[in-house]
Design a protein around this ligand. Sequence first.
Ligand code: 5GP
Length: 342
Amino acid sequence: CVFYRELPKVELHAHLNGSVSFQTMEKLMNRKPHLNIEHSMTAIGKGQRRTLDECFEVFKVIHKLVDTEEDILMVSKDVIREFAEDGVKYLELRSTPREEQRTGLTKTNYIDTIIKAIQQCKSEGLDIDVRLLVAIDRRNGMEVAMETVKLAEEFMLSSDGLVVGIDLSGDPTVGHGKYFLPALERAKNGGLKLSLHLSEVQSQLEESELLLNLPPDRIGHGTFLHPEMGGSQSLVDKVVKNGIPLELCLTSNIKGQTVPMFSLHHFKYWYQLGHPTVICTDDKGVFCTDLSQEYQLVASTFGLSQKEMWKLSQQAIDCIFAEEAVKQQLKKKWQDLHPQVF
Ligand code: 5GP
């Protein structure tokens, strides 16, 4: 639908390596034919579902394809261009810095290369503002988490405001959030914003309680926070009291089987509460979607009008991590693009 493609949008939850499109995958596969990787191993097509475990296997395959500076530059630029083509005006990418001994890639080069891609896209005149969150993969443990925060702090100071925060992600069934508290507290005290994957799977009540005390600046998924999904009123109260926006990714949750069907998605619960929610893609490449499709999906599933969807995209501006001046510029852009009638 043209309306949703033209609707100016804000994307706040996009993992770089999960956002690689079919076309870019094709280029990567041609660069590395010896790996014998096929599209069915890097994307979950229409109507297909996987367990969350299987989803994490997909990322391992993609990481094999993206292991040089050259790959990261191409992937980042392609992903940014594709979001811009889909009407995204402000994008926060997140990615886990990796080192690869085989190719000489270091974590510093990794982040540097994404920043270079952001700067190149800007100088090419793309109509999209991009920021970066440095991701902690919980599978790598607390020491790596602390190193990651230190690296992000350095980049926050040297990247002209492009590195704005930290993401906690990776397999939610591995490790306990308490181990990451020192790293997350340090990040917060140092001025980095926090977006944490929280209650993505059931039975993370204690962990969510603990992490909400930080409190984070945004929550990824939060699928099992509310009482109807086995969460608790006290968790909901904390989220509401602190006004912490939720990043919600419908297709991802359905394909990853943490939510059984669209109509049961927790968007409904939080939207009815009047709590800030932001529609996002999570991994547009892996889950074969884009942000306009996700907006359309929310509208058709929950019967929201175009006017209500416009408001939803506009309210997302208040949830971005970039500085106030950027918010004001975006608000002006939305005003200028506002249709005369719906
Ligand atoms: P990257 O950080 O390499 O750019 O993007 C892929 C990584 O993002 C995955 O290895 C995983 O750590 C994280 N990720 C992507 N999608 C999800 C998700 O739905 N849930 C969680 N917890 N982590 C994810």
